[in-house]
Ligand binder design. Structure first.
Ligand code: 5GP
Length: 107
């Protein structure tokens, strides 16, 4: 069965899309820690980020960097934090969190 994130990429479940390319997709977290909290995922269904091939992992970080620079301009913040959790959804993802202080990264 497709993961909830694959269903988002397929357009079966609505989301607020932030960015997309051939391999990756970025959208706002449904339960954000702060405004602009964004998830970056591979379109390919992979359980956990460290299951990705090295080249994919590197490309995902390059894509995440572009998204982070964009949301860092769009939302008030000092820096955009990046976190890997993966406890809830079994589809690889990176959290990008526009931070005013360290407290904004407290999950
Ligand atoms: P994690 O797996 O890293 O612990 O957390 C998964 C994240 O995905 C959570 O921050 C949660 O709010 C977000 N999330 C779960 N389901 C959905 C959904 O259907 N839509 C969106 N936009 N975010 C979701």
């Amino acid at each position: 069965m497709a993961t909830i994130f694959s269903r988002i990429v397929a357009g079966e479940i609505p989301c607020y899309k932030v960015a997309e390319d051939e391999q990756f997709f970025a959208f706002l977290d449904i339960n954000p820690l702060v405004k602009g909290h964004t998830l970056v995922i591979p379109k390919r269904e992979v359980d956990y980020i460290f299951d990705l091939k090295d080249e994919e992992l590197a490309a995902m970080h390059v894509f995440a960097k572009k998204v982070a620079l964009a949301i860092g301009k769009a939302f008030p913040c000092k820096k955009v934090g990046m976190a890997v959790l993966g406890l809830e959804v079994p589809h690889a993802h990176i959290h990008l969190i526009p931070m005013q202080s360290e407290k904004d990264m407290l999950f």
